[in-house]
Design a protein around this ligand. Structure first.
Ligand code: ADP
Ligand code: SF4
Ligand code: MG
Length: 323
């Protein structure tokens, strides 16, 4: 297994008391596989990916029964080893490409600095490799784009540059944290298509983080649905999207525009209620204040997994339907 996560917890001390932001999650990703992680804002998607990358702030308390990449224990790795891994076998792209690039330097300069860090290439070879990478991510006239500054590029083009930089070391795992949220719909589709193309060409594993189950349906082999720092459902994309077993997944699916036929929706429906306060978590199932199926058992007892197969839901009353 390329990436294995078992009982990962991430906590912070806050002025209001200790906060368990990630509350014991299990995930795994095989080589070349794509895993979608979905959930509303604030459910812990970014913290999960930062924990994998070793990019959490020092204030975060991280524990896990297992956090391994390619059978290497990441919890025991030194800061230097984690940094080397980030420059080689794992890479990440973020929601806002504009802020990830340095506005003061040209695209070419920033790519050159990056290639200098992890490849022994001459200046001429680095330039050739930069052009090749920009070409690979579909940037027209890549040679002249080396001389532009980030603000001269559109959001979509900036994200392509970020992807070019992320794949420059041929990573075995790419984590894309809401890579298209800041882009308009047409560009969003192009960037997702590009990521999928690169993933299959390079046989690279992809963790795609999104709040949109529709994106996951197009992109992922498997899906993990997160709520309040926990995984509430996990399975293949087909299982989770076509036969959801967790009421929260059902709620997310109801928010997809497709489920409303061709009727124009002014505003998409959202799941009623708010995500819980992570300092004062609710008792029992974290969803119970918002779940229309909730009863006194849900209020009192933490749900355990409904079955141990590939399709799993953490709910006292998993929804029917064979998967
Ligand atoms: N550095 C931090 N210090 C304290 N709390 C944090 C920090 N980073 C994130 N959080 C909290 O952890 C929770 C999960 O955040 P995040 O992983 O960013 O959510 P998502 O990416 O799903 O929107 C949120 O409640 C957020 O406020
Ligand atoms: S355990 Fe109960 S409250 Fe939680 S999701 Fe299932 S039915 Fe809803
Ligand atoms: Mg996030």
């Amino acid at each position: 297994m390329l990436l294995e996560i078992k009982d990962l917890k991430v906590g912070f001390s806050t002025l209001r008391g200790p906060m368990q932001a990630i509350n014991g999650i299990d995930l795994h990703v095989a080589a070349g596989e794509s895993l979608g992680i979905v959930g509303e804002s604030g459910c812990g998607k970014s913290l999960t990916s930062l924990a994998v990358m070793g990019l959490l702030p020092d204030t975060a308390k991280v524990t896990a029964e297992r956090l391994s990449f390619n059978d290497r224990n990441l919890l025991k790795a030194s800061a230097g080893e984690r940094r080397r891994l980030r420059g080689s076998d794992m890479a990440m792209i973020f929601q806002d490409p504009m802020s990830a690039l340095n506005p003061s330097f040209t695209v070419g300069f920033q790519m050159d600095q990056l290639l200098k860090l992890h490849e022994r290439l001459t200046r001429h070879e680095r330039r050739r490799r930069s052009i090749e990478l920009l070409n690979k991510v579909g940037i027209p006239d890549p040679e002249s784009q080396l001389y532009v500054y980030p603000h001269q590029l559109s959001g979509g083009m900036c994200q392509r540059v970020m992807i070019a930089m992320a794949i420059s070391s041929n990573p075995r795992l790419l984590i894309a944290d809401e890579p298209t949220t800041a882009l308009d719909v047409t560009i969003q589709a192009q960037i997702l298509a590009l990521l999928r193309e690169i993933q299959s060409e390079e046989n690279m594993a992809l963790i795609l983080i999104t709040h949109d189950l529709g994106v996951v349906a197009q992109m992922a082999d498997r899906v993990g649905v997160m709520y309040a720092g926990e995984i509430v459902e996990q399975g293949t994309a087909t299982q989770v999207i076509h036969h959801p077993r967790h009421p929260y997944t059902e709620g997310l699916l109801a928010c997809l525009p497709e489920t409303h036929g061709d009727q124009f929706m002014e505003a998409l429906p959202t799941i009623p209620g708010l995500v819980p306060d992570l300092v004062h978590r609710p008792s029992g199932c974290q969803l119970h204040p918002r779940c229309s199926y909730a009863d006194h058992i849900c209020q009192q007892h933490t749900p355990v997994v409904s079955d141990a197969g590939e399709h799993r839901a953490w709910c006292h009353k998993p929804l029917g339907g064979q998967s």
